[in-house]
Design a protein around this ligand. Structure first.
Ligand code: ADP
Ligand code: MG
Length: 395
């Protein structure tokens, strides 16, 4: 019944908030497009009780009359998730259920990651970035952070910064301040995963943030074959960095640094099809290595959880997983939003996406805070100030 599933979801959220369970998996089905409706207006996806996805096999009706199909849905499959959103779900409700609850943690020094997974055209960019009259998770997150910070401004000093990068063909590029340079991912003992040379800008207002994200999107790598479309093979990663310290504690205060990654992943279709098509595709180097590695890391983390033993997690296998090393396993809370299409012609992609999402929901890890000593920052700021002084002298 829907009542018992609500209880389960609440338990899971509570566990996640307490750090016992670190992944929340949601599935979002978009509406059929006009073009799709003209081809076949059946919907292969149904949502039950806000957390169950029913997937129908189109071969069940393509050869039999509608009535017979309704009475004999022999091959339908059901999957339960933390949340399932149907085609009418608003951008607001997606934010409320999947991302809003992470923000207190990020403002208290925890890391978190929200990623949209799914094949090209399933609604990832719509979910993460959205449209002018229906902004997605990226802007809504900033609005919430700004309002929380305002509430707490009496007690705490906050600095909110953002960076925006893409991973395309295993090359990391800055989307705020683009150059031909490819950026290196490093691990810092204090700050965790760091991308050397990546531009971080102060997030000063919602308008400023949305302009930065829009401009960044225009700089995403385009696929040569689809000149007007943003590449389906580029991962876009927005990082929000929130640093704060207590006003009352003075210079000796510890600084808490929380990082939130909001990721519009590359299309999953190529990765999902490898099993069926075998080596040829892999050798064609068309495979998205980062997406495959993400799947492998998730599998390893699941195995670790199921067997309750340490398992090697191949974070180093790709740029994306290296970047997410402190966001998937240890020091982070993770939300996966699997985006699916209800179009009959997309059955295989939808099925593969549900399998991937179903696998991911078993990860459990523990979180810890990122505490950075204020002295570290003072040293950094001192060097920036002297650099600025020098620039003024040079003028
Ligand atoms: P992806 O980024 O996964 O390739 P998009 O987000 O670009 O897919 O979505 C493909 C198309 O479907 C776009 O035209 C988008 O506006 C539309 N769309 C996606 N999700 C929804 C939704 N939930 N409601 C309405 N339209 C949507
Ligand atoms: Mg997209």
């Amino acid at each position: 019944s829907s009542q018992s599933s609500d209880v389960e979801v609440d338990d899971h959220l509570q566990q996640m908030q307490q750090g016992a369970s670190n992944i929340l998996v949601a599935v979002r089905a978009r509406p059929l497009t006009k073009k799709e409706q003209e081809v076949d207006d059946h919907q292969i996806v149904q949502v039950l009780d806000n957390n169950v996805i029913v997937l129908l096999d189109p071969s069940d009706w393509q050869n039999i009359p509608e009535e017979a199909f309704r009475q004999n849905r022999t091959r339908e499959k059901q999957y339960a998730f933390d949340y399932a959103f149907n085609q009418n779900a608003s951008q607001d409700s997606i934010f409320e259920k999947t991302t809003k609850f992470l923000i207190d943690g990020v403002l208290n020094g925890f890391n978190a990651t929200v990623f949209a997974y799914g094949p090209t055209g399933a609604g990832k960019t719509y979910t993460m970035i959205g449209e002018v009259d229906g902004p997605g998770l990226m802007l809504k997150t900033f609005l919430e952070i700004f309002s929380k910070i305002e509430e707490m401004s009496g007690e705490r000093d906050y600095t909110v910064k953002l960076s925006y990068l893409e991973i395309y063909n295993e090359i990391v590029r800055d989307l705020i301040n683009p150059s031909m340079e490819t950026l290196e991912i490093r691990e810092d003992p204090i700050k965790g995963v760091v991308i050397a040379g990546l531009t971080e800008i102060m997030a000063t207002s919602p308008e400023h943030v949305i302009t930065s994200i829009r401009n960044g999107n225009r700089r995403r790598t385009q696929e040569p074959t689809q000149a007007n479309e943003t590449s389906s093979r580029s991962h876009a990663v927005l990082q929000i960095i929130a640093e704060h310290r207590d006003k009352a504690s003075g210079v000796e205060a510890e600084v808490l640094v929380g990082k939130l990654n909001l990721i519009d992943l590359a299309g999953s279709e190529r990765a999902a099809n490898t099993k069926n098509r075998g080596l040829r595709l892999i050798e064609g180097a068309n495979i998205n290595r980062s997406l495959l590695a993400l799947g492998n890391c998730i599998n390893a983390l699941c195995e670790m959880n199921e067997k309750n033993t340490k398992v090697y997690v191949p974070y180093r296998d790709s740029k994306l997983t290296r970047l997410l090393k402190d966001s998937l396993g240890g020091n982070c809370r993770t939300v996966m939003i699997a985006c699916i299409s209800p179009f009959a012609g997309s059955f295989e992609d939808t099925y593969n996406t549900l399998l991937y999402a179903n696998r991911a929901k078993h990860i459990k890890t523990t979180s810890q805070r990122n505490v950075v000593n204020v002295q570290y920052h003072i040293a950094r700021y001192t060097s920036i100030i002297s650099q600025l002084r020098q620039e003024i002298l040079d003028l």
